[in-house]
Write a protein of this length. Structure first.
Length: 417
């Protein structure tokens, strides 16, 4: 089974803006979740519940989740107990190790499910059937159990059993086509990009968590669980800006190519980059005032966005030259003082050290195992005043022992059973 390197502190404290471990009850403390994930999406779905207080039990295969070896690791030494990614995705969860190809362990999983409200997995349909965790099999065990499946292409459709990754979901979902937005001037050399990390899968995990909560409310009213089928490709497509609306109602507004047709969002400063926009007319008027209302900016046709887009090359060249005379934070403070949206593009170090994040206690820390120092990670992004999301326990360690110690608390008093 999994053991824990330390008992969670019952005191909630802040040190240098970093929140410490806590044991206060969360908003979802009466919900029990069983998670069997092999990737980022299922783990993120389980994390969404765990951070808000749900009792989440993560089921790993013998030898542990492959993400334990994904890193990053302290001093770049691979160790299944100190993967930063695994610790981030699996804090606040309890854990057991089960071999679902073994009948005895599969029965143990079913026993866990009998005391749970929600089952979460990111295993694709063919493998789910092989492991005995497909929606049909699980629903026959307990009609009240909510079954959340978050996979690259969903449980239906011609792609359902195809292999998929974050890269594939991002591009098949349509986000890659217009990335980098507002910057493409040479399509041959500026190919479509993906977001850093595994944003498609994290998004899909959050969508699955929201869907499972909707299903939970439905069960409370009607007494029946249901399948929650989330495709990462669908989640990405739903995230695209206004493209589908333009396609449906006024296709003439749809960009015909990926090439730049608007001012950039990112501007180069003396010491880096800042985001800024002046697409609204009153923002443009304020920007002109800050620049000293130069003659080129006072052209009548530039009073409206349509005219500014026609003169985009001229405007961008002058604004770029003006912006480069400022440091990022100088530009930020100046533009914000006139109500113009602007903010420095920050590095990870700058984000962690931000006074704003520090005052809000956004970052939390958990103890590394095997004597490693604490790691700092983002905390829950949802703020609830009475039942805040918190770091209550570190990610479970992979160890030796008897997994039976997990079951008693789940056999009795399960909500809704």
């Amino acid at each position: 089974m999994f053991t824990y390197p330390c008992e969670p502190s019952r005191e909630r404290g802040v040190s240098n803006g970093i929140m410490e471990l806590s044991m206060s009850a969360g908003a979802l403390s009466d919900i029990r979740v069983v998670e069997y994930s092999v990737g980022h999406a299922g783990a993120m779905c389980g994390k969404a519940f765990a951070d808000l207080g749900a009792d989440v039990v993560k089921v790993e295969p013998p030898g542990g989740d492959s993400m334990r070896m994904a890193g990053p690791f302290p001093n770049d030494v691979a160790d299944p107990e100190s993967s930063g990614l695994f610790m981030y995705l699996n804090a606040n969860k309890r854990g057991v190790s089960l071999d679902l190809l073994c009948d005895g362990d599969r029965r143990r999983l079913y026993e866990l499910m009998s005391g749970a409200d929600i089952f979460v997995t990111d295993v694709q349909p063919v493998q789910a059937r092989e492991l005995g965790i497909d929606s049909h099999t699980v629903s026959e065990l307990d009609s009240r159990l909510i079954r959340a499946y978050v996979t690259p292409f969903g449980n239906t459709g011609p792609y359902r059993d195809w292999k998929g990754t974050d890269l594939i979901a991002w591009h098949m979902g349509g986000m890659g086509w217009e990335s980098p937005a507002m910057f493409v001037t040479d399509p041959e050399s500026q190919r479509p990009l993906r977001a850093r990390g595994n944003q498609s899968m994290y998004l899909a995990g959050w969508v699955a968590a929201a869907g499972a909560m909707c299903a939970l409310f439905h069960r409370e009213k009607y007494g029946l669980g249901q399948e929650v089928d989330v495709s990462a490709m669908d989640a990405v497509s739903s995230h695209i800006r206004g493209n589908f609306a333009m396609f449906s109602y006024d296709i003439s507004q749809m960009p015909e190519t990926r090439e730049k047709n608007m001012f950039p969002w990112i501007w180069e400063c003396e010491d880096g980059y800042a985001t800024a926009t002046f697409i609204m007319n009153h923002w443009w008027e304020s920007l002109k005032t800050l620049m000293g209302r130069p003659e080129w900016a006072e052209k009548e046709e530039y009073a409206e966005l349509s005219g500014r887009r026609e003169g985009m090359d001229e405007i961008e060249s002058y604004v770029s030259a003006w912006v480069k005379g400022f440091k990022r934070h100088e530009l930020y403070e100046l533009l914000q003082s006139r109500g113009i949206p602007c903010f420095p593009v920050q590095s990870v170090d700058e984000i962690v050290e931000s006074a704003h994040y520090g005052e809000r206690g956004f970052f939390v820390s958990q103890n590394g195992s095997n004597g490693h120092r604490k790691i700092v990670q983002p905390g829950p992004s949802i703020r609830l005043s009475a039942t805040p999301g918190e770091l209550r326990r570190p990610a479970a360690n992979l160890g030796l022992g008897d997994a039976d110690s997990v079951w008693p608390s789940l056999r009795s008093g399960a909500p809704g059973h």
